[in-house]
Design a protein. Sequence first.
Length: 454
Amino acid sequence: MNPATRFFRRLARAAPLAIVALTLAGCAYALVHDGVIDQSKAEEVRTRIQQFRGLDFIRPVPLVAKTRDQAQAMLEAEMRREHSDEDLRIGGMSGAMTGLYPPGMDLKRRTLALMRNQIAGFYDPHDKEMVLVEGAVDKSLWNRAAGMMAHRDIIGEMILAHELTHALQDQHFHIERMLDRTEDNDDRNLALKALAEGDATLSGYGYVMGGLGRQSVDAILSRMNDLPRIFAAQSGNVPRGLSAPMIFEYAAGVRFVAIAYESGGWAAVNALYAHPPLSSLQVMDPGDYYGRRLDPARIEIAGYRDFFGGWRKADDDTYGALLLKTIIQRNLGDESPDADIIEQWAGDRVLVFAKGDALAILWIVVFRDADAAARYAKIYSSILKRISGPETPWRVAARGDGVLIAIGPPARSFDRLAPAVWRASTIVIPPPQAPPTPAGPEIQTLAAPAATAR
């Protein structure tokens, strides 16, 4: 489990406050007042979002209001459904061992605090209902900026339009089933969530802006550049390993979806669900999807069993390019030139083993060429040297276009472990594929800035 991406895999079809803060100035969150929803206004939004998004609701979507405490209880219930306390312990500890999280982080507490502070509304796919969180938005702040739009609840309308778009995704494209099928690949799960959140955010913004022409799309993309700053201001010292995936889903997701929208409107966006992106890198670098499609490698790690006697396999997953970049920037700095190595990422697979309170990690990362693999081996070795104490052995070695990483006690046998793993493991890098839809001039124009915005 890569906890940074899998938490609230279903429930977090949500509009965070950082997105709300990027809405048009001049609003008060008045759709919910004293626990009562303005159903007349909500019905107006429901009707108009169907027309705007070009999709009709197949079944009704109940709309309910929850207090922060009630929403928190729902989040905790979702966490219990998805993860045991042991899962959370392993997730936090393995994240610290790889450099994704600071050591000793209480993953459950920090994740719940982040969601409590950020979520303004969400679509709950279990009960198929829309939840608006009362008191999530500081009304006095927005009232002071009300100005000429004081007669409209822009925030409430945007949140509701955003969440209703998630309901449409669920009813028409079965997005929740798609997410369920990515249970053992959190990077693919993150790419799917970026598609869903990008669609919903573009839809919510476009709804309150009165349409999506080129100027309004450019304005939305420009606003996304402020998302990391606003998120940091609202959420305080959130570990990068938790904040980066959430910001990615919205900021990179909007850019990715906007390319399809500019090329063919909502019909082109709908088509993305039939051929969704398969990695976070395809969302970060849209040319890898809309141009020459580069799908991630299929990796099966084997040959390790003789070296892991007494250890149980606790997880088998994929970190992906976004988390690799996050690890580099968290440990080497935001401006580290080494972060560009992720542009050559071709795939990875990580196994996590447990024995009592101890963990061990075996990880293969594959790149597009041998030079990139050798460079990454040096970069990641420098990170592990910084973060691993004397009680945590580790080894990193490149072979061809792959890098093998071992962290924990079995790394002491690396000279024998590595040849056995390389002999038995399977790595298949798909050749470049034709894009799912032709890449016209609009796609080429929009894809270039998004690729350099990493």
